[in-house]
Write a protein that binds this ligand. Sequence first.
Ligand code: NAP
Length: 321
Amino acid sequence: MATEKVVIIGSGPAGLTACIYAARASLQPLCFEGYNAGGLIPGGQLMFTTEVENYPGFPQNVMGPELMKSMRDQAERFGTRFIRDDVTAVDLSKRPFTVRSPDETVQTHTVIIATGARANWLNLENEQRLAKSGGGVSACAVCDGALPLYRNQDLVVIGGGDSAVEEGSYLTKFARKVYLVHRRDELRASKAMQDRFFRLAKEGKMEGLWHNVVVDVLGDQAITGVRLKNVKTGAERDFPCKGLFLAIGHTPNTELFRGVLEMDDKSYLKTRPGGTHTSLDGVFAAGDVADHVYRQAVTAAGTGCMAALDAERWLAAQGIQ
Ligand code: NAP
């Protein structure tokens, strides 16, 4: 079996940018783009968004799936080979490394991990339906918050962490008012974020609905409200809103690498500061799988570029042409 120079796992902005750079460097990358059976989604999280307004170079906006198709076409044009499959096992204990999917086993000198992260959802039927149809339910305020359907409306954000407050405060730029639904009456968010919340609450732009959870999402074509349950009293009530944003954390797709690569306490891959090197020589990580802070398409693309350059330099240092 021929040994690949670079295998890229994942085909979101990080994976595809790594493909473009590796392909242009004549490394003939092989990309496992995922099949969406084991959590790896071809195209990544942008496949679930509608209009992307903050990816540079698109003054008239671009649809998430369209942007990903363009990146994939660009990667393919320079010679990236794609396998439409989830990776089910990796053996990084010896070089060359082995990467397996249900139908393929490949050996490779380097691996770029760009498996991303997935937003946590409540997994309510109506939540999923309206999120997929663009009906006013989203897990990314920065991606979707500025869309016209949310302007001057009452919006609900679920969560009590930094993301919930940050995304909620971002939404106050557009919304009539943002309601933070939290299952406790104490924010997990940092002191600075808590201060931000209480300042906005004082200004009447945000309000906390404490001890509440969302048990259903209301609306047919578009959201009209949420059903709240007070966890202290058990009482339920319908709360009208025109947008629902989940901010209850993300889960990095790192199950394949548990016990093999160093991770932080939230299971994100650790990379060496200023680069994309993981704890194993020849293995690089890019995008959300190693980033719980920025989580933007453009930052993922940036680190995908870095990973390809790091892999190229690592191969050259090993004398692998
Ligand atoms: P997080 O800190 O894990 O907070 C998740 C929040 O969602 C918690 O308040 C949690 O409630 C709530 N939650 C979780 N599951 C829930 C469920 N099923 N139903 C209802 N509520 C649920 O996640 P995060 O806010 O995304 O932050 C992740 C990391 O990124 C943190 O380290 C954070 O500091 C960092 N971050 C930093 C910034 C910044 O500094 N600018 C911005 C964003 C994120 P409980 O509190 O009751 O557990």
